[in-house]
Design a protein around this ligand. Structure first.
Ligand code: HGY
Ligand code: MN
Ligand code: MN
Ligand code: MN
Length: 407
């Protein structure tokens, strides 16, 4: 068994993978060369620790530690994701995977005799950056998203999920609900860099997760009439970008009107995209979040009404399509009590960020550990955790896993 591997050291091993020279930070979309290298990195480390590694039909990698030969039942699982948003940081996802490997080393170093197996897990396409569906792997496994929806997904270059999966060596015909595999799990714990300022304000290194606020994604397409920027009088225009601007402003207004709501348009696409060309179409994607599912939907319907008015005034048409919706998650209270027994006094924080643990919590008691992020920022290269807090996160995860594995 390896000597105790510091999660910080594990993270430095991947910090040259998927560097985005244009945007800055990291771009590690699912089925990309960078993501493949990260998967190999994880599998290499898992195999070096004598774990039995399998990649399932949904692209989830499971690495089993079962020294007492209990068999794959009643397992405790821990892990996270390795894909990133475009221009993201090196901690969102990889910190949870590196900490899982390092926590296993701590458990082995302590000589604990687990009463049940441990599975380290890596979930694909958690960010939904390539195909638009967040937590794609865990949503397939739990049945939250059906295979037909995924087979129909296309990336920004028009490449379909199936073709991308095959090109990366996966068989898309194998995707789908995986109740048998998930039934092997008694609990899932995900360690994740905090994406916010909660631990900064509390001046604490780690926290347990209370819940995840609801979040949905909508695709908005506005069709107008392309024309010449100079030869077309203003009265004769049907400019979809003007409607898009109204939609973005409406989302901001509607979100500000609801306490603690979050509304973002982080991605806009204009066709054909010429400076001297009135666009023929504009697309934008809404990301709306709130602890109350219905508030999210109310905000989106208000924005849809504003979009319809703006489109009518401009002689354009607008189509709004829901891409995904994850209801508010309250993590399993019993599991959190067990985790709190292992981590007495740990604060409990909600998160505005979605996670595979939130999706899995539908079918497996799930919990999370957050590690302080001094920048308070995430989905940006500024995201990070100090080495001492990374180490504290590993020990906290090891303490929780030891508690759960020896019950
Ligand atoms: O978007 C999110 O909340 C997560 O980081 N995928
Ligand atoms: Mn994440
Ligand atoms: Mn993320
Ligand atoms: Mn207990």
């Amino acid at each position: 068994m390896m000597a105790y591997a510091d999660a910080n050291e594990l993270l430095t091993q991947i910090e040259r993978i998927g560097v985005d020279e244009v945007r800055g930070g990291y771009s590690r979309p699912v089925f990309s060369e960078a993501e493949a290298q990260l998967r190999e990195w994880f599998i290499r480390h898992a195999e070096r620790r004598g774990l039995e590694v399998e990649t399932d039909g949904n692209g989830i990698v499971w690495a089993w530690w079962d020294p007492a030969g209990h068999g794959r039942t009643g397992a405790i699982a821990t892990g996270s994701h390795l894909d990133s948003v475009p221009g993201g940081g090196n901690f969102d996802g990889p910190l949870g995977v590196a900490s899982a490997l390092a926590a296993l080393d701590v458990l082995v170093g302590r000589g604990i005799a687990p009463a049940r197996p441990l599975a380290l897990a890596v979930f694909p396409e958690e960010e939904g950056s390539r195909f638009g569906l967040a937590c794609l792997g865990s949503r397939l496994a739990t049945g939250a998203s059906d295979p037909a929806t995924v087979h129909a997904l296309r990336d920004a270059d028009g490449i379909g999920y199936d073709d991308a999966a095959r090109a990366a060596g996966f068989d898309p015909d194998l995707i789908g609900p995986d109740p048998e595999r998930l039934a092997r799990l008694a609990a899932f714990v995900e360690l994740h860099v905090e994406q916010g300022r909660g631990l900064i304000d509390l001046d604490r290194p780690i926290a347990l997760a209370g819940g995840i606020i609801a979040h949905g994604r909508w695709h908005v397409r506005i069709d107008g009439r392309g024309d010449h920027a100079g030869a077309t009088r203003m009265a004769d225009r049907q400019d979809p970008v003007v409607v898009a601007a109204r939609v973005i402003a409406s989302l901001r207004e509607q979100t500000l009107a609801v306490d603690e709501a979050r509304g973002t348009v982080g991605r806009v696409h204009v066709t054909p995209g010429g400076t001297n060309v009135i666009a023929s179409a504009a697309e934008l994607w809404l990301d709306v979040r709130h602890r109350d599912d219905e508030r999210v939907r109310a905000i989106v319907s208000a924005v849809a009404a504003a979009a319809a008015d703006a489109a009518e005034a401009e002689g354009c048409t607008v189509t709004i399509t829901e891409q995904s919706f994850s209801p508010t998650v309250d993590f399993d209270a019993g599991l959190r009590e067990e985790m709190a027994e292992a981590l007495p006094g740990a604060p409990v924080l909600d998160t505005g960020a979605g996670h595979d643990a939130g999706v899995l919590s539908e079918v497996v008691p799930s919990g999370m550990i957050f590690v302080r992020n001094p920048s308070g920022a995430s989905h940006t290269p500024a995201e990070h955790a100090e080495p001492a807090d990374v180490a504290a996160g590993v020990v906290a995860l090891a303490d929780v896993l030891e508690h759960l594995l020896t019950r």
